[in-house]
Design a protein around this ligand. Structure first.
Ligand code: FIX
Ligand code: ZN
Length: 414
């Protein structure tokens, strides 16, 4: 292949990846009907927990003092520590600047009050449209917890859904805090007991079924610690086996496992205090093997788990691997992981999700990931072209649509 050929192919791939709308399969964003739960704006951007963790590395105030500050004051502390006193080189810092730049703000002025003023011209409806358009995101999947006392009443009131915001049923407390979930489920009318009787499992299934229908859940999801084992006597393993698996088969609903978090490693940092640990990919394989009629989505937090997880997906077609989650969501790691995944499982993977907690972050998360995905893909298509197999534009578009959410949609629909 000539070098003109390969640069034309690279340009084509880059172009297709830029222009293909994304279905962002895991975020913490909310349908606009949830009002203030949908975060956006410069103060939310600056107080993202990734930046809080980085800010604490420089603050000379005690942790407890930071939490007494108003949000605007927290944002100022972070702005000063991470943008003014030092160059904002980290991925999360760079993300703020990418976002502001794409929104048309002049970042070089380093003027926080002016940024706040610029933001004040947006209504939330316009800002949602603008962010989705700049990020070229067609749909996002929310994270919806019936255990959240702010969120639950909104679902119970019922509202007109914005079709750009799909739902996922998040059930962490059920699996990781069963004892405290029992009285809650009972209050909500489900006759569960702390034991694991057949009645308890069937009532948990009724709970999952009711919420699946109420929110039209695209999948059911949990984030589990690095110590998750399967099979096991733990409440989580029992509930997965006897409630979530039968529920998943009944509703043709995938179960998404996000494994490897170590919550509260530093409680003083609150939401910013979670860490990670190496998990047991064997547990995921044993789930896939024990429940061949269930579908699983999985992402893992430790870099050390990424290879084995990919190999697991080669062995179990009911497993779909997704995203470079949280501490993996850095350019060097995204490139390494995406390359490895495509080499091992081709296009049957979803390389990225954004995990946005603030709407504006859609812009940077996808702006930063797209060129990396494009680079890896271009290398791979060039390798094919070198054999004489020249991919057509239509084939590349088909493949990229799959990588940017389409393959996961087909997996869920299967
Ligand atoms: O459990 C999750 O869904 C995690 O993504 C979050 O809890 C985490 O705080 C986060 O925002 C990571 O990006
Ligand atoms: Zn998340």
């Amino acid at each position: 292949m000539t070098s003109e050929h390969s640069s034309a192919l690279r340009a084509l791939v880059g172009n297709v990846v830029q222009q293909t709308p994304v279905y962002d399969v895991h975020t913490h964003l909310y349908d606009p009907a949830f009002g203030d739960l949908l975060l956006w704006g410069i103060d939310e951007l600056l107080t993202y927990h990734y930046l809080i963790a980085e800010g604490f590395r420089w603050f000379d105030m005690p942790e407890a003092k930071f939490w007494t500050l108003k949000k605007t004051e927290q944002a100022e502390a972070i702005w000063n520590a991470l943008f003014i006193d030092h160059s904002p080189l980290s991925e999360a810092c760079r993300g703020v600047l990418t976002t502001l730049n794409r929104l048309g703000f002049d970042v070089k002025k380093r003027d926080l009050p002016a940024l706040r003023q610029h933001y004040s011209k947006w209504s939330s409806g316009d800002f949602i449209n603008k962010s989705l358009e700049l990020a070229n995101v067609r749909k996002v999947c929310m994270t919806n917890s019936p255990f959240d006392d702010v969120e639950r009443p909104v679902w119970e009131r019922d509202f007109d859904r914005d079709p750009r915001f799909t739902a996922a049923l998040r059930i962490d407390p059920l699996l990781v805090d069963w004892e405290n979930s029992v009285p809650k489920l009972r209050t909500w009318g489900y006759a569960v007991h702390a034991d694991f009787s057949e009645l308890t499992f069937s009532e948990v299934r009724r709970f999952l079924g009711d919420w699946t229908r109420r929110i039209d859940a695209q999948y059911c999801m949990v984030s589990l610690g690095a110590d998750f084992r399967f099979p096991d006597n733990s409440a989580a393993a029992q509930l997965i086996e006897h409630a979530i698996m039968p529920h998943g088969r009944e509703h043709n609903q995938a179960f998404a496992l996000m494994i490897g978090v170590r919550r509260n490693a530093n409680p003083l940092l609150r939401l910013a205090g979670d860490s990670l640990g190496q998990a047991d990919v064997g547990a995921v394989e044993r789930l896939c093997e024990a429940f061949p009629d269930n579908k699983f989505l999985c992402t893992m937090l430790a870099r050390e788990n990424q290879h084995a997880l990919c190999v697991a997906a080669r062995k179990f077609r009911n497993l779909h691997v997704f995203g470079c989650w949280w501490f993996m969501n850095n350019p060097s790691l995204i490139e390494e992981i995406t390359r490895m995944r495509i080499e091992l499982i081709g296009l049957s993977v979803t390389p990225q999700h954004s995990d946005c907690r603030v709407l504006d972050q859609l812009i940077y998360k996808w702006d930063h990931s797209r060129p990396i995905i494009a680079k890896v893909l271009a290398d791979k298509y060039c390798d094919l072209a070198a054999t004489g197999w020249e991919p057509s534009r239509a084939e590349i578009e088909r493949d990229v649509h799959g990588l940017l959410g389409g393959a996961l949609e087909s997996f869920l629909a299967r």
